[in-house]
Design a protein around this ligand. Structure first.
Ligand code: BDR
Ligand code: CA
Length: 307
């Protein structure tokens, strides 16, 4: 069911376990209207992330949502994927139907530009390569607002200093941060505060094909987070960006300066967040600093159950 005033969004993603769940959360949220999906190379190669996006829509019975395959590599760097996190397919652990619909055969900058209109929120949950291409090739079509899952104030995940989405294409992230667009950063500091546990997975398993799919994804994702980080649950990073658009009261943000490191021996991809206003650099990002974890997880599970 869609509420009277729903916010139109476009998700730019690299599915990815949490990307898939973010897409499903958007489909299940009456406050949101998912207008389109663009895919980018990140967690896996572009062919795989694109097929995964199509498969998720197939499972959800929402093949009406157009999908465009975007950049197959970062702006300037070699692509780094994350098979250790998401498996060889990008969605290891779950069964999905083969896609029956093709992608929209269009340059991703044009695809996004044609769909951006006043009030639409662009929700990138992967490396920012496609968004950087949009800003460069179709500067007149800049969105009013971007809510990005990426970066962190404190620790990294792919390196000690950097979060994966920022690390894979820091030049793209730097371009987006410098664009002046109203930008929110949902980083590791808050996504790690809300852990999806085996209990959540069991709650969803058996509620239907979507619940079963999410539980199977969680089995794989939880195992990775347990073995790699000793966590008793897994962050569903990308879903928090979608949830923030649906319910802005879940996440607390701080409007401050963020810069992206692109030329460092150890810290490439670091999002340098001026958490305590230590500089006079102008504020340019709403950085997530806290989340109501219980309410986020409750929203996530109840919405997924409803599909
Ligand atoms: C981000 O990296 C990817 O592995 C996830 O999909 C998420 O977007 C977390 O660092
Ligand atoms: Ca992602």
């Amino acid at each position: 069911m869609r509420s009277a005033v729903s916010t139109p969004i476009i998700i730019d993603c690299d599915p990815g376990h949490d990307d898939a769940i973010a897409i499903l959360l958007a489909l299940a949220s009456p406050e949101l209207e998912l207008r389109a999906i663009s895919t980018v190379a990140g967690n896996q190669t572009l062919d795989k992330t694109t097929r995964n996006a199509l498969k998720v829509l197939e499972l959800a019975g929402r093949t009406d949502i157009p999908v465009c395959a975007g950049a197959d590599r970062p702006l300037r760097r070699e692509l780094q994927t994350a098979p250790h996190v998401h498996g060889e397919t990008g969605l290891d652990g779950a069964e999905l139907p083969e896609p029956t619909t093709p992608t929209v055969d269009q340059d991703v900058a044009d695809f996004l530009a044609e769909r951006i209109e006043p009030g639409i929120v662009l929700v990138p949950v992967g490396p920012l390569t496609n968004v950087a291409h949009l800003l460069q090739r179709r500067p007149e079509a800049r969105p009013d607002r971007i809510v990005w899952m990426g970066g962190s104030i404190a620790e990294g995940n792919v390196t000690p200093a950097a979060e994966f989405n920022a690390y894979v294409d820091p030049e793209a992230a730097a371009r987006v941060v410098a664009s002046g667009i109203d930008l929110t950063m949902i980083g590791l500091d808050i996504t790690h505060k809300a852990l999806f546990t085996q209990e959540h997975a069991e709650q969803l398993r058996g509620t239907g094909k979507i619940g079963t799919f999410v539980a199977e994804l969680a089995d794989f994702f939880l195992r990775f987070h347990r073995e790699r980080y000793g966590m008793q649950g897994s962050p569903i990073h990308d879903a928090m960006a979608v949830a923030h658009v649906a319910d802005p009261t879940l996440v607390t943000t701080l409007y401050t300066n963020v810069e992206i490191e692109t030329a460092s021996q150890w810290c490439d991809g670091r999002t340098v967040v001026d958490r305590w206003h230590a500089t006079d650099r102008p504020a340019n990002v709403h950085a997530g600093i806290d989340v109501d974890a219980d309410r986020f997880l409750e929203l996530l599970c109840s919405r997924l159950e409803s599909l």
